[in-house]
Design a protein around this ligand. Structure first.
Ligand code: AR6
Length: 231
């Protein structure tokens, strides 16, 4: 029954959904058994203004490298809209690179409502964080801290005060948090990606050699931390 959840979660009409299935075999192939699943947003490509084409190359490379080392875990790239440019870029590139579509999928919907909005069981979700690990600020960070409530804020502070670009930190979600109670999320992993926005700290000023390296490190750190929880 779970693939139905995917259709429910996509905020698109029936025809568009069919289209999406055809264009995106990963949605229909993905196997919804109970393997540990990480849902993650596209790090750095909105507020941090990282080039989407370059970011999609990095995501697919990081996923392929991770799958060559670790099995029995699943990954889902999430973005709010079914018209997301990031989701389409990654779908096309993942299929060209023969990434295992039974273990990797994309999903259009709110990462804080994967279960209640789409019927998806994702034990772990990733956040595109800021260096102070602070709530608010818009984007997926604001959404996750708002859904996680005060309990998530406190649990995050217990782990760290700050985070470096290219790294991630694991936060066990307290059972009192709505993210745990409502969505069944057991861990949030905060990730700090490279920043290309001159109005945010540590701007890389379009240095994409460094930027791609830091983005790859961010995803490797995220996936390795996820694997360490899944074990
Ligand atoms: N569910 C799924 N995906 C989302 C959601 C959501 N609820 N909200 C946004 N996205 P961004 P960044 C997608 O800007 O570029 C924050 O203020 C969005 O469409 O959240 O890494 C932090 O505090 C995009 O694809 O993160 C940092 O200061 C992706 O999430 C800064 O922004 C990431 O967009 C980080 O910027």
């Amino acid at each position: 029954p779970r693939p139905m959840g995917i259709e429910k979660g996509n905020e698109v009409g029936k025809d568009e959904q069919k289209n999406d299935m055809l264009l995106n075999p990963s949605v229909s192939d993905f196997q919804w058994n109970d393997a540990p699943t990480l849902a993650f947003p596209s790090i750095s490509t909105s507020d941090f203004q990282f080039n989407m084409d370059k970011a999609s190359d990095v995501i697919v490379e990081a996923v392929a490298d991770f799958f060559s080392k670790v099995d029995k875990v699943k990954l889902i790239l999430v973005d709010l809209s079914s018209k997301s440019k990031m989701l389409s870029l990654v779908k096309v590139k993942a299929s060209k690179k023969n990434v295992d579509t039974t273990r990797f999928s994309t999903y259009a919907g709110d990462i804080t409502r994967l279960y209640t909005g789409g019927g998806l069981h994702c034990n772990v979700i990733a956040n595109a964080s800021n260096w102070r690990l602070k709530p608010g600020g818009g984007g997926v960070n604001a959404a996750i801290f708002s859904a996680g409530g005060e309990a998530l804020e406190i649990a995050t502070k217990e782990q760290a005060d700050t985070i470096c670009p290219g790294s991630s930190i694991i936060v066990p979600v307290p059972r009192t948090s709505p993210l745990s109670q409502r969505e069944g999320v057991t861990y949030v992993i905060h990730v700090l990606g490279p920043n290309m926005n001159p109005q945010r700290p540590n701007c890389l000023k379009d240095d994409y050699v460094k930027g791609c390296k830091v983005l790859y490190e961010a995803y490797s750190s995220l996936f390795n931390n996820f694997a360490s929880i899944a074990r």
